[in-house]
Design a protein around this ligand. Structure first.
Ligand SMILES: *[C@@H]1O[C@H](CO)[C@@H](O)[C@H](O)[C@H]1NC(C)=O
Length: 343
């Protein structure tokens, strides 16, 4: 029998759907900022092994055992929960039924419309239950498959549809998170960074935000009432700008540190960038070609261009530490404050 052309296209479309909706192990490895075992969303007995964002091995548990994703071992079938993907779920549901988003079971969609979805939202602490066809109180993660199903607790997964978003996994449940202003999620390290990661296209680049010269809310939000006098608050967009507030009712007025300095909230002054682990773009407000990359214990440096971070590079093994003052990798730990703090 000749297979009609439409069936061929449908098969490709379904494979495509499975890929973006079902989170195959290859996709999970690509999104997971970690190495080790993961469960196979298409087979409860199977597991995979991720390394450097690639699936390098896959196998199955012995007869009668299922893969337990929380422990990373094969366990008795009765003790292990099993999930499936949205395309599969919909084929098993009646016409006109709704299904939860596999990436985020707080929202749901009509199965007839998964290629052009209009999402319904369950609201706070609620998740969509496909069986009951309604939102229920969230108690132990998603009632069905999602991006964190079969992932160990504490895993960080990049959002496949965004360069800033990521998920923190707990009990197979995905908690949605975003990097702070102007930063991107790194699917290798699990940190947020100021430069565009390899997997993002130039179109995903966020134009740097210029802080407003006055800010209505910052004083009322962050001015510490138990202290008095002028308080300087970070602008939450750059490493070198700050707002001055004289009271919680004040309008915050923006100022910049002198050229070559970054703002230190804890000391309420501008200081040397090397003593300041700011999580915004560390290339700003100074003429450096390289700056220390935060979260690396001074083992990596960020290459700057036009006062913006472009990429991060590791120091070589025999000169493992980057010194921001000498602008070189050295064998001596520089003991700058930026080496100790994470952000
Ligand atoms: C993350 O950012 C996106 C896009 O701006 C937004 O739609 C989403 O609600 C944010 N999520 C969280 C948890 O802040």
């Amino acid at each position: 029998m000749r297979v009609p052309q439409w069936a061929f296209h449908l098969a490709i479309f379904l494979a495509f759907l499975a890929e973006i909706r079902g989170f195959l192990m290859e996709i999970k490895c690509k999104l997971w900022a970690g190495n080790g075992y993961i469960g196979d969303p298409s087979d409860c007995q199977a597991w995979g092994f991720c390394q450097d964002n690639k699936l390098i091995d896959r196998n199955g548990c012995n007869e009668g055992l299922l893969y337990n994703f929380r422990k990373g071992t094969c366990d008795k079938a009765a003790d292990v929960m099993c999930h499936s993907n949205l395309a599969e779920i919909c084929t098993n549901l009646q016409l006109g039924y709704y299904a939860a988003d596999p990436a985020n079971c707080r929202r749901f969609v009509k199965c007839d419309a998964i290629d052009d979805p209009i999402w319904g939202d369950c609201g706070e602490d609620q998740v969509f239950n496909n069986k009951l066809q309604r939102c229920v109180q969230e108690t132990s993660g998603c009632p069905q498959d999602n991006i964190c199903s079969y992932m160990k607790d504490g895993s960080f997964m990049g959002d496949p549809n965004s360069c800033q978003g990521y998920y923190k996994c707990h009990n197979g449940f995905a908690i949605e998170m975003n990097c702070s202003t102007g930063r991107y999620f790194n699917r290798k390290s699990g940190n947020c960074q100021s430069w565009l990661p390899d997997y993002c296209s130039k179109d995903d680049e966020i134009a740097p935000e210029t802080p407003l010269s006055t800010n209505f809310h910052i004083c009322s939000k962050y001015y510490q009432r138990d202290l008095s006098g002028v308080q300087l608050l970070p602008d939450l967009k750059t490493c070198y700008g700050y707002y001055a507030c004289t009271s919680e009712l004040d309008l915050g007025r923006w100022s910049s540190c002198p050229w070559g300095q970054h703002f230190e909230w804890w000391s309420q002054r501008c200081g040397e960038p090397k003593d300041n682990s700011c999580s915004y773009d560390r290339c700003g407000n100074m003429n450096q070609l390289k700056v220390t990359t935060i979260n690396t214990g001074c083992r990596e440096y960020t290459v700057c261009q036009n006062y913006r971070s472009r990429r991060s590079e590791k120091c070589p093994e025999d000169f493992p530490y980057f010194n921001e003052i000498s602008q070189r990798c050295t064998d001596k730990f520089p003991n700058h404050r930026v080496c100790y703090m994470d952000g």
